[in-house]
Design a protein around this ligand. Structure first.
Ligand code: NAP
Length: 322
């Protein structure tokens, strides 16, 4: 089992892509599979572009221990896959800047993108900023973040070798990361608010039947408890009443929140703050396209994110040609 996570040092951004005016035909915001795919296509189409990648390159896929459903690889470490995508984008001529988009506006038929260190003007924008983990908002969750509370088993599993951990959630992320944790922890509790997992059935069965796993169905985590050293336990609200469970780690996978705040004035968002799309990658703004987990497209997989990224760049190319 590999714990290798993060961007390959050979893939650091050159930072040489800015033109004097910072004016582009296309700005791609994001650094995950959707953005990287859009970058590969934009570069190959010869679109004058820049990819504004955040400080967490590779997006959520880079924080996934093993990806087993991306065609061509029966199993691949998430960061290996995103590093390969970035390498391919750089080889194709894609230009990256490591900055955070702070806000975007539209003026005189151009889109203005302001980051933490620069301003860009562009004809078209692809929003591919993905989504961030949601929180439960319970007592102790914030206090013990980084001291036992984690949103990334792939990153933090080595700290829990031969210790006890709890995973909360019933989706693909919870199940995949819980399976990853079974390789290192001594005991694993799975807490889910219903009695059925929404994750891919093959992996869900594998997890539930694992000898180290105890399931807490129809249960809610209501408090994370701890001391000066970090997490010591959790309090669950179960069908049999409140239960105190001893644990060293709490891994939360209770959904994601699309990273759309900087784009709120440009495109229509749904009630979950996802970009509302039409025709897969179109948005309410004809100069703006969206791809991957930031959209309301539903089926959120690496394979769909890369497809949407490619479609978005192809749509921009067609508009520029016309
Ligand atoms: P998700 O599918 O939205 O699952 C979130 C889980 O958290 C659900 O089981 C949900 O319960 C539970 N939950 C939500 N709010 C909660 C709350 N307040 N308290 C307790 N539990 C709560 O999120 P995800 O697992 O992060 O996946 C996001 C997307 O990425 C999905 O489309 C998923 O398929 C995809 N993904 C794919 C892979 C892959 O390799 N194929 C890996 C990871 C993620 P309910 O079930 O009751 O709603």
């Amino acid at each position: 089992m590999s714990f290798k996570v993060g961007i390959d040092p050979g893939l650091v951004n050159s930072g040489t892509g800015k033109s004097d005016t910072n004016s582009y035909e296309l700005v791609i915001a994001g650094g995950g599979p959707a953005a990287l795919s859009a970058a590969i296509y934009a570069a190959r189409y010869g679109i004058r572009h820049v990819v504004i990648e955040s400080w967490k390159p590779g997006g959520q896929a880079a924080l996934t221990a093993e990806i087993e459903n991306y065609p061509g690889f029966s199993s691949i470490v998430g960061s290996d896959l995103t590093n390969a995508m970035k390498k391919q984008a750089l080889e194709a001529g894609a230009v990256f800047q490591t900055e955070t988009v702070e806000n975007t506006t539209e003026e005189n038929g151009k889109i203005l993108v302001r980051t933490d260190s620069a301003k860009y003007t562009t004809d078209y924008l692809i929003i591919a900023t993905g989504a961030a983990p949601a929180t439960l908002g319970v007592s102790g969750e914030e206090k013990y973040y980084g001291r036992g509370v984690s949103f990334c088993a792939t990153c933090d599993a080595p700290f829990f070798r031969d210790k006890k951990a709890i995973v909360v959630g019933g989706g693909d992320s919870a199940v995949k990361e819980a399976l990853h944790l079974t390789h290192v922890v001594s005991e694993l509790g799975l807490v889910h608010r219903r009695d059925k997992l929404r994750a891919e059935p093959y992996l869900a069965k594998k997890l539930v039947e694992h000898e180290k796993v105890t399931t807490y169905w129809n249960s809610h985590l209501i408090e994370v408890t701890g001391d000066d050293q970090g997490v010591t336990g959790v309090i669950l609200d179960t069908p049999d009443g409140k239960k105190q469970i001893d644990t060293d780690g709490v891994f939360l996978y209770v959904g994601t929140i699309p990273a759309t705040e900087p784009f709120a004035s440009l495109v229509e968002l749904d009630k979950n703050k996802a970009v509302v799309t039409s025709g897969i990658v179109g948005t309410s703004n004809p100069r703006v396209f969206a791809a991957g987990d930031v959209t309301n497209n539903g089926f959120r997989q690496v394979v769909t994110a890369v497809s949407e990224g490619a479609r978005a760049s192809a749509a921009v190319f067609e508009l520029l040609e016309n």
